[in-house]
Design a protein around this ligand. Sequence first.
Ligand code: HEM
Length: 403
Amino acid sequence: MLRPFLTVLTLVLLLTAPASAQDTAAPAPDRSATGGAQTLEDILARQRGEKIDDTFRREATGDPDGAAAMAAQLGTLGGASDSEIWRALRYGTDNISVNVSAGGDVAQVLIQDGGMAWYEFRKGPLATYGGWGLIGVLGFLLVFFVLRGRIKIVYQQTGRTVTRFKAIERFAHWMLAGSFILLGLTGLFTMFGRTLIAPLLGKEFNATLLVASKFVHNNVAWPFMIALVMVFIMWVWHNIPNRTDLTWFAQAGGIVGSKHPPAKKFNAGQNIIFLSVIILGGSISASGLSLLFPYELPMFAKTFAILNDMGAPGWVGMAPLPTEMAPQEEMQLAQAWHAIVGFVLMGIILAHIYIGSLGMEGAYDAMGSGEVDEAWARQHHSLWLEELHTRDGQAPKDATPAE
Ligand code: HEM
């Protein structure tokens, strides 16, 4: 169970890592005319957005040992020119050591090259795949609804109800749902405000919306995390995988065919929703806290070190993950991870909202009033209904199929 999850985790993390190290190099052009410095072709290629092997610049950081002594005739002020020193700072070359008296590790980084890769990743693949991914999920649900229609209650409604969720459970669910929807929307505004909202509704509107979004996003994170803990405590026992899950999967949960496999309080599909909410919601919360308290809670280098110790990168044929990172790089990874996992959970939750409302007759009552008709309970959670009857000392009742 853990191994495939970590493999996926590692893959995703690698995709989010600053791209500079993974750049593929084009054949080195002839730079003899500039004495090895960059040529007009290099500049034009960069402007065209092509990837160039920049080791010739990365490594051109002067030679302090080769410098003539300052006091000697025609002595120099050092072995590196200003541009070589700035280059060494940019690429973090060893022969440059920066000492700062305040600001700690963060202030010690004068130029952080990964910022550009992060920026390109955020406005490029992250926004594109994330945005289209969500639209894809909505499209899929629409097609599914058209083809499958609403899942109806097959037995005649009995008028007898059983309590599915107590008030405290419904309170926690709606706190989780309300906060997640607000977090999702404000997160999307933050990501797409400049590219989609500003051109449509104006920069001023976008600016006001984003200031409000940031306030909401930062504060609503707390009720989300509290609700996550409440839901975990109340429902974890009902979500431990069991043998009935296999039948449920074999019959595709009754979602596709017309059979309705037996299930306890939560069926295997709901186990998946629950686990996704806990694991992905927990991961979004951890990376969100790291972003909320900048530089105070770095977690990627430590996580990578644990994954390396487990040998996780080797499972997918990768070299060990970096464990030395600039504080800024930690923040860039936290943002990328927060958004990727956020998009994945939003997709899953869209499907959950569909099935809990439009997609299944009678489902909403479970979270609305907390009471469901026995006919619904028998169809979707037969083992759970039997358990309730046994607990209350009631004889099982026959169900009448609806006309
Ligand atoms: C308007 C939005 C939503 C609606 C209409 C909705 C509806 C429901 C319903 C009807 C159930 C009970 C299903 C049953 O009785 O078997 C449920 C359960 C649950 N909901 Fe929601 N929900 C919404 C949003 C959310 C959100 C945003 C989250 C988490 C971020 C969430 C997490 C859960 C979990 C973990 C369960 C228990 C497992 C499951 O039934 O899948 N819900 N929801």
